[in-house]
Design a protein around this ligand. Sequence first.
Ligand SMILES: *Cc1c(COP(=O)(O)O)cnc(C)c1O
Length: 364
Amino acid sequence: MAESETPLGQRAPARSDVASLVGYHSPQVDVDVRLNTNEAAEPPPPGFMSDLRQALAGMDLNRYPDRGADRLRAALGDRYGLDPDWVFCANGSNEVLQSTLLAYGGAGRSAAVFEPTYAMHSQIARITGTRLVRSTRRSDFSLHRDLLAETVEAEQPDVLFLCSPNNPTGMLDPDGLVQSALDLLEPHGGLLVVDEAYGQFAPTSAVSLLGEDQSLVVSRTFSKTWAMAGLRLGYLLGPPWCLSELEKVVLPYHLDSIKQEAGILALVYGGEMEARVQAVIAERERLTSALGELPVTVWPSQANFVLFRPETMSGTQAWQGLLDRSVLVRDFSSVAGLKDCLRVTIGTESEDDRFLVALREVLL
Ligand SMILES: *Cc1c(COP(=O)(O)O)cnc(C)c1O
């Protein structure tokens, strides 16, 4: 039957809040230089790939995976000096955050975000039927205790999201902000979620504030530092009473055997990964100062990307100019508070040079 002849009444309607949603998209375009999704520029170390191949050869794929991901959780816990029951693993930190809102958000509950920030926090709130409380940061993108206090007093959110370093601004929350958020939430019983997807690039972390009687969890991922975006593995650190609720909302055997093994093997290469983080930081500083020579506003970043705003044309025009030169960055031009802003991921030295040459051509 032709499309136009299908009576609309026969089409089952989706949940109305889902039907009105716009999906989360980062364009996947075929270009020479891909600097739009904050992936690692280099593949995982060669030794890791051969270890993984060897592990694959001996894997019983006819069997369900280890349901509790016990070895992986123990290996991750070791890294932070935590017992395995302080670690929850999922398919990327996005699934970690979704599991958190399935357990702690949902109908009749609310989650607070401070924009501009990582858009998936709001998206996952909507998908899980969690009422969204949106507060706006100052125009310099900083987040202050006053705004936290105002939001918590007015809305008493069940979940409060912080993101440090923040995506897409690259800014680290000031010292003491996580503790302030905990103190503010305590009388109301809300859960504080600190998204540290870029935590390895930054000098401070909320992990040191974790405690048995704190309503604090910290999410991290293998997608950025660990060069494993394709494997989809993220984790949450937090007290066992909290994480055990998350274990109830995930599907049975959600974490496949290959991913579990890959995560365990990746941790063996911790030293190599740390060296890469230092190299990315050095390259970030080089890119930031090179951008300073061009007609753009640059926000100093503590992550593996840099936010900037062209001064001589619109963000979308500059984005298109870069794309015409086969360089893809992320366009935030139409996002509230980020007018004309673009975000570039730190690539290899030669990728970054191509980006800089292309941007100079576009802007000058
Ligand atoms: C990239 C990113 C994530 C999620 O990544 P996964 O690939 O799902 O682990 C989470 N939070 C922030 C802030 C990110 O930028």
